[in-house]
Each structure stands twice: as structure tokens, then as C-alpha cells.
Design a protein around this ligand. Structure first.
Ligand code: PLP
Length: 397
């Protein structure tokens, strides 16, 4: 295929002006796209070992860990399942902090694997209260507590440090899904006492879907090696650990995604990890201020609001799916609704990865037009003005 043919094929697949503004997968930067196209090398040769080692060392400061890091081909859910299946014996008690769709997924996976699953159920849109968790931990001894760092269905961030503090000195493991958080909000795995951290390539790590990143503490590794008896094969982290000693993965990894991840991490370090997190926080604050100004109240409480997923309530009389449809019809901008409990009640946009101020201002200008065309009274420029004030350094709201 020559360059012209390639351009014509791309144009057929991706409409002109298409904007991927979901809370993941996110737009992949050009540098990463080029890295994804590098020639394949042997996944057990020195060249690829170097790529994996580079990914690992660049991930350490993002995760805040010295623990083992593993790469597994699969989506974020594969990582959630891998985390649980590796620590369980049948009927092991697991406590899930469930504040949304992905908390529910942990519950389903745990039950499917034969665990005795209890839940701290939190109303969608509210933040888990560590005190409620403390009471549950006093009443029963758990193999693991599983929680979602950044609940993408509600835009709520869970205080992992507080949960880690409750588990310090116990033999209960802390499993954390930071699929939509890692690289956009702070994670200090070792300092906070996280035992298994799960992330995925397609969110703040700026890659296509398909690569799971897992970091595993020594405490968790001891359970994985000695106490866990639930059957596992592909996800068996004992195999991952053994292969890791040779700088390899247990099975054929998504080689091209590892190239992409290395480039994405290089970009993050060029900007500085601290600056990347600050940019996420600033872009989210601008988008959130703009949503409020457009009459779209935010779902999460301010103290637990995500910097990677903005979840805004839809005004009475409107349906979220109408906004999502109209944004696509009018602008080819793809935002998300919510598919389960909050269906039609909220819209969701990502501020992940390579997000910049022009992205956010465009979102708000398009949202304003969309709301107006759906009959909502909105003051001209309200959203973009509120966002611009945040971007110029004024108060968060
Ligand atoms: N956990 C969180 C917080 C997510 O946002 C997602 C996906 O959106 C997942 C887990 C599941 O990831 P996947 O869809 O890649 O399986």
C-alpha cells in the first residue's frame, strides 16, 4: 500500500475531525503511534529484553515502587482477574470496596473464582469511607481487600493511602485497580502499602488497549507462591516471575504495545512525572469548572474528584445518550455515557494522557452548542470562560 492508498483507507475508517474523548481508550500520540510501527524483534532476544527493562525502570517512579513489575497481554479486566486468581484458595474471604461499575466487576470476578466475597457498598458518586472499612476489618479476617483507585463510572477517587494504613502490619493483601488512574493521578504503591497494582495501556499510559501492567509486593508474592491454590495458568504470576528472572515474559507478549509503552513513558519523563500529574489535575479542573458553568453539576464530591475522568450529571429532562449522540453527529466527538446504574443520568469525558488546554476548550465549546441544540438554556461562552479562568490560574472552581 502506498502513502496515498494508506491515507484513503485511514480516511474511510476515521471520519474527518474525529475526536476520541472517552475515559479510555484515549488518543494515542503520534510519537507513540510511530513506535508501535517499529519492526518486530524476537520477544526472547536481547533487543526486546532491553525494551521491557526500559519500560520497567520508567514505570517505577510512576507507580512508586521497587516491587516486581509484570506485563501480561490482555485488557484491564485481565489484570483484575490475574490479581485475584493469584492470591486465592477456594472460599478465601475477600472484601471489595465497591463504589461503582469496576468495584462490581471485582465482586463478580471474586465470586466466579469461588472466593467468599463481602462488600463495603458505597452509593455511586460517593467516596468510600475508610472508617466503614475499618469496622469491617475488625469483624473478619480477609485474604485481600480489593478496591478501585479511580472509579471510571463515577469519577470518584478512593483514598488508597488510608486503606493501606488500615492494613499495615496485617496479613491481608491490598489489591488496587488503577486502570484509569495510573499516570494521571498519584500512585505511591510502596509508601501506601499496595500489594498488587493493576493498570492497563489504553488510559493515561497513552497506548492502544491490550497490555496489562502489574506490580506485586513481596508480601503478595509470598501468598502467590505458597497459599494460593485456585487453578490458574496464563495468569500464573509464578510463571511471570520465573520468566522475569531472564528479563522475559512467560508467554508471547504484545511486542508492539511494549514499544508504544516505552515511548509513552519516555514522553512522560521528558515532561516530568510530577508535571504530568499536575497537567491532568489542571485540565480536569478546567473541564469540570466548564461543565458546572454549562449547568452540568459534577457527580463526585470535590474532595474525591478524579483528575482523569470527569463525570457530570445530565440536567432534568435530558438523557445522557442524547448528548453523546449529538456530540458525535454534530462534531464527530466521542464522549461516554454510562452503561449501567447511571445510564442516561451522566456523561463522562476523559482527561487522560496527552490532554491539553485546546482539547478541553473544544470539548466545552462543543458541549455548549450541543446542549443548546437540545433545548437547554446556556449562556454563550459560559463553559469556555469558566475553564479559561482555571487555566489562567484562578481558583479550581
Ligand atoms: N478498571 C477500571 C477503573 C476501568 O476504567 C476499566 C475500563 O474502563 C477496567 C477496569 C476494565 O478494563 P478493560 O475494559 O480494559 O477490561
Amino acid at each position: 500500500m502506498n502513502a496515498d492508498q494508506f491515507a484513503a483507507t485511514t480516511a474511510k475508517l476515521v471520519p474527518s475531525g474525529y475526536r476520541l474523548r472517552l475515559p479510555g481508550p484515549t488518543t494515542v500520540p503520534e510519537r507513540v503511534r510511530q513506535a508501535l510501527a517499529l519492526p518486530l524483534v524476537s520477544h526472547r532476544g536481547p533487543e526486546f529484553r532491553h525494551v521491557l527493562a526500559d519500560c520497567m525502570s520508567k514505570l517505577r517512579p510512576v507507580i512508586g515502587t521497587r516491587a516486581d513489575i509484570f506485563f501480561i497481554g490482555g485488557s484491564g479486566t485481565a489484570g483484575m482477574e490475574a490479581a485475584l486468581v493469584n492470591v486465592l484458595a477456594p472460599d478465601d474471604p475477600v472484601l471489595v470496596v465497591n463504589c461503582g461499575q469496576f468495584g462490581e466487576r471485582f465482586v463478580s470476578i471474586g465470586r466466579e473464582l469461588g472466593a467468599d466475597v463481602d462488600q463495603v457498598e458505597v452509593a455511586w458518586g460517593e467516596a468510600p469511607d475508610p472508617a466503614a472499612l475499618a469496622a469491617r476489618l475488625k469483624a473478619k479476617r480477609y485474604r485481600a481487600v480489593a478496591c478501585v483507585h479511580n472509579e471510571s463510572s463515577t469519577g470518584v477517587v478512593t483514598d488508597i493511602a488510608a486503606i493501606g494504613a488500615l492494613l499495615a502490619g496485617t496479613d491481608t493483601l491490598l489489591i488496587v485497580d488503577s486502570v484509569s488512574g495510573l499516570g494521571g493521578i498519584a500512585m505511591r504503591m510502596d509508601e501506601w502499602g499496595v500489594d498488587i497494582l493493576v493498570a492497563a495501556s489504553q488510559k493515561c499510559l497513552m497506548c492502544p488497549p491490550g497490555l496489562v501492567v502489574m506490580a506485586v509486593s513481596e508480601k503478595a508474592m509470598a501468598v502467590i507462591e505458597k497459599a494460593a491454590t485456585v487453578p490458574r495458568f496464563y495468569f500464573d504470576l509464578r510463571r511471570a516471575k520465573a520468566a522475569g528472572k531472564n528479563g522475559e515474559t512467560a508467554f508471547t507478549p504484545p511486542v508492539s504495545l511494549a514499544y508504544g509503552l516505552r515511548e509513552a513513558l519516555t514522553m512522560m519523563h521528558e515532561e516530568s512525572v510530577a508535571q504530568v500529574l499536575q497537567r491532568h489535575s489542571r485540565m480536569a479542573a478546567a473541564l469540570q469548572a466548564g461543565c458546572i458553568a454549562l449547568g452540568l453539576a459534577l457527580l463526585p464530591p470535590p474532595h474525591a474528584i478524579s483528575a482523569t475522568v470527569t463525570v457530570a450529571r445530565v440536567p432534568d429532562g435530558l438523557e445522557g445518550s442524547a448528548i453523546v449522540r449529538q456530540m458525535y453527529a454534530q462534531y464527530k466527538t466521542v464522549i461516554a455515557g454510562q452503561r449501567t446504574k447511571l445510564h442516561n443520568k451522566v456523561i463522562r469525558l476523559g482527561t487522560m494522557g496527552a490532554i491539553t488546554a485546546p482539547d478541553v476548550l473544544t470539548d466545552l465549546q462543543q458541549l455548549e452548542d450541543t446542549l443548546r441544540s437540545l433545548g437547554q438554556p446556556v449562556r454563550a461562552g459560559a463553559g469556555t470562560q469558566a475553564a479559561a479562568a482555571v487555566l489562567a490560574g484562578a481558583e479550581r472552581y
